[in-house]
Design a protein around this ligand. Structure first.
Ligand code: FUC
Length: 799
């Protein structure tokens, strides 16, 4: 009860009373003009409309997404629905692959890597050799005649309400537009108002790059009915529908064949629904029309204020669980596109907090229980041929999307990924059988909405059998954070299936007699043989050590499967160990090849999986490997694509080096500069703070949110570590609501780099150890109990 009151009190004060004075001191900034109250809210805001997609602002309810451009004479809402991919259910498994497997292994073990690469490329890849792209629905276009010239323009996204707002003044009339994607009513809502009556005039119409028919129905509806595209010989099997209901208050409404126009209204609300016939990865028999009609049955009956209030309540249920204050300066007054440059100068600590919360906002907006998982672009994509098809790359990117899910207190948002793993296990069973003659299931480096699992693209990228195993670690992680035994009972067969595949396919390496994956790759990195295919890359061994350990633990918790436990424990002990190479680095491969690899600063840092997201390398348990991992990261250097920078924030945090982690965050927040050819630069952020690979890829946003969490709280090494990697740049601050393994929630307040107060809440009633610097304390808990700690990490109060 106490806790609920505390939380509510905090929510009310969030945005109104951040301790700004501490922040001014923190950043070494001159105490100057205090930021306006509105600037202290979590806002992205701009003084002009978006002219390019990477300037537009994203809203989403997990399933429906829109990029809002905020134009005055012409508004564009670029629309997405998360199941609208090209193609339909298909079987890409290659019946030739199994017969070719022994020869591939022989060539690899004889060191004939290039021949192995070519052999695999010709005989063992999926047909087709690519998967299906994610596609846009189209655009809702609003034309406002005469609104070219306006004054006082402002466009903003408020992360706390998940509402985009556009406002300006034209001829003395103040116009306001609000847009949000409601997870409650399953519609995107556009609300248009003016501060005088009869001022709302506009024309609404839909457009799309899809094969679709667009027409008006009556005086208040526009309907788009379409089919998805074919791709790589796979026929489009989806039908989709988007339906816009225009509700004008006052004035008159008229229709054209494909448009609705409204004149002299006092205000207007547009409700946008969209759906496809996708029912599951193997069933496309849904009725999109029935789906959109269902969404539009109740929503038009609700007053706009109720639609908005319900949306905000549901958003805040998740969003307000974590608050973070890293200090604030007057730089927070600036339009958002000017702030990354200030951050680089060290003058805008609040931008890190904003970026942190933006990652949480994006996860809430692109991944909610029952939706598709967030793909390479979350749910926001305007292209029929997006980069890497905007699908799921599971050799880093899809996992990175979900790194903050548990730690940043959005456990429910993890559900779509966890459900996808179970679905992959079904198709992956086919791939295991057809490609390897193995039990269990396998997923290579990519998947799409059809949950395909066979190796694609080519051996350099795709011949990696460990994607499914990595994804399984998310199942265990969800259990570790929540203690949800029922979930674990459902997840265990999926984890076991992933392990069974490796029980059947691990082979003994002739030199050391270790058990290794073969063929495999250390994701996308060529070794001195000029290709990537190899046996037993370090990352595979680390992931399998985790998978086997987690299966054993799960079976123990569930009290089942003793023989299987014993079997995989034995196999686990025979996996190739982590090795330290001649530069003192953690070897990426079985052989000490790191210094001779063609791309020594490759963006993937796969062998550091054991440091993060894994926990096999820690300062206390494996100090030599800890030093070697650090050496590897130094050899890789700091530069990288957006997601690579984000991974390195997490890695430096796990190396307990807050200043280096912060340096990577600085790189991740570099503004991507524009010239006539568009936005350029490697790694960084676009004006809308979406991450630049480049091009836009959302993993870097989520990876940075995870990285900031890892700087403030870690719980992977058997204790809850407060401020394990706090950079000098954030001497004073506070964070509330971070989650730790074992079912804990932590609030921390610090000054001059030291905890001044902390509170640990346990949902499960598990004991734990809490550490800050050299001090640590063992605590026990009753379920639901909160322990408050003082600056010396002593118990101050229990409630
Ligand atoms: C992996 C990475 C690329 C890109 C792609 C989506 O293949 O190596 O950099 O992020 O996924």
């Amino acid at each position: 009860m106490d806790r609920a009151i505390t939380r509510r009190t905090f929510i009310q004060s969030a945005g109104a009373a951040l301790p700004i004075a501490a922040g001014l001191k923190a950043a070494g900034a001159r105490p100057g003009r205090h930021p306006d109250a509105h600037q202290r809210r979590l806002l992205l805001w701009y003084e002009k409309p978006a002219s390019q997609w990477v300037e537009a602002l994203p809203v989403g309810n997990g399933r429906l997404g829109a990029m809002v451009f905020g134009g005055t004479a012409a508004e564009r809402l670029q629309l997405n629905e998360d199941t609208l991919y090209a193609g339909g259910p298909y079987d890409p498994n290659n019946r030739e692959a199994l017969g070719a497997l022994p020869e591939a292994r022989r060539l690899i073990f004889e060191g004939r890597y290039r021949e192995a690469n070519d052999w695999i490329g010709a005989r063992m890849m999926a047909h087709p050799i690519k998967q299906m792209p994610y596609e846009p629905v189209g655009d809702l276009n609003l034309e406002f005649p005469g609104h070219g010239e306006v004054r006082g323009y402002r466009r903003e996204l408020d992360l706390e309400t998940a509402v985009v707002r556009v406002s300006y003044d034209r001829d003395g009339v103040a116009f306001t537009r609000e847009v949000f994607a409601s997870p409650v009513d399953q519609v995107i809502v556009v609300h248009l108002t003016a501060d005088c009556p009869n001022q709302i005039h506009f024309v609404a119409h839909l457009s799309t790059p899809q094969k679709a028919d667009i027409r008006s129905e009556g005086l208040d509806t526009i309907v788009m009915r379409g089919r998805n595209g074919d791709d790589a010989g796979i026929k489009g099997a989806l039908r989709f529908e988007a339906r816009v209901t225009v509700l004008a208050h006052g004035g008159t409404t008229a229709n054209g064949t494909d448009r609705i126009s409204v004149s002299h209204a006092d205000s207007a609300t547009l409700l946008i629904a969209a759906a496809t016939s996708y029912t599951s990865y193997k069933d496309t028999s849904g009725d999109p029309e029935a789906r959109v009609r269902a969404c539009l049955r109740e929503a038009p009956k609700k007053p706009f204020e109720k639609l908005r209030a319900d949306h905000i309540r549901e958003h805040q249920r998740l969003f307000h669980r974590v608050t973070i204050d890293l200090g604030i300066t007057e730089a927070a007054d600036l339009p958002t596109d000017q702030r990354p440059a200030k951050f680089r100068e060290g003058a805008d600590p609040q931008l890190a907090a904003l970026y942190y919360q933006y990652g949480r906002y994006l996860l809430i907006s692109s991944s909610r229980a029952g939706t598709q998982p967030a793909n390479l672009q979350g749910i926001w994509n305007d292209s029929m041929t997006p980069p890497w098809d905007s699908k799921y790359t599971v050799n880093i990117n899809a996992e990175m999307n979900y790194w903050p899910a548990e730690t940043a207190n959005l456990s429910e948002c993890h559900e779509p990924l966890l459900r996808m793993v179970a679905e992959l296990a079904e198709n992956g069973g086919q791939t295991a059988q057809v490609h390897y003659g193995a039990h269990g299931w396998v997923c290579h480096h990519n998947t799409d909405v059809w949950r395909q699992t066979a190796p694609i693209d080519g051996p350099l990228w795709g011949f990696w059998p460990t994607g499914g195993a990595w994804l399984c670690t998310h199942l265990w992680s969800h259990y570790e954070f929540t203690g949800d035994r029922e979930f674990l009972a459902r997840a265990y067969p999926v984890m076991k299936g992933a392990a069974q595949f490796f029980v059947d396919t691990l082979v003994e390496d002739p030199e050391h007699k270790w058990l290794v994956t073969c063929p495999s790759i250390s994701p996308e990195n060529r070794h001195p043989g000029g290709v990537a295919v190899c046996a037993g890359p370090t990352m595979d061994m680390q992931i399998l050590r985790d998978l086997f350990f987690q299966c054993i633990q799960s079976a123990q918790v569930l009290g089942i499967d003793p023989e299987f436990r014993a079997k995989i424990a034995e196999i686990r002990s025979r996996l190739a160990p982590m090795q330290i190479g001649r530069a003192g680095q953690l070897q990426e491969w079985l052989d000490d090849w790191d210094l001779e690899a063609p791309e020594r600063q490759h963006r993937h840092v796969s062998h550091l999986y054991g440091l993060f997201p894994g926990n096999q390398i820690t300062i206390n348990d494996t100090p030599d490997l800890f030093a070697a991992a650090k050496k590897s990261l130094e050899l890789r250097a700091d530069a990288g694509t957006g997601w690579s920078l984000a991974w390195k924030i997490n890695l430096w945090a796990r190396l307990l080096d807050g200043d280096h982690a912060y340096e990577l965050l600085r790189k991740a927040l570099t503004p991507v500069y524009a010239d006539d050819a568009g936005y350029r630069g490697s790694g960084g952020v676009y004006p809308n703070l979406l991450d630049a690979h480049p091009p836009f890829q959302i993993d870097g946003n989520f990876g940075a949110t995870s990285g900031i969490t890892e700087m403030l709280l870690q719980s992977h090494a058997g204790e809850i570590h407060l401020l394990p990697a706090l950079p000098k740049a954030w001497p004073d601050g506070s964070v509330k609501g971070l989650r730790a393994r074992g079912g804990f929630e932590a609030d921390i307040e610090w000054k001059e780099g030291k905890v001044v107060a902390a509170s640990i809440h346990s949902t499960t009633g598990t004991a734990c150890r809490v550490r800050h610097g050299e001090t640590s304390i063992a605590l026990d808990f009753k379920p639901g109990e909160t322990v408050k700690l003082d600056a010396k990490i002593r118990v101050r109060a229990r409630s």
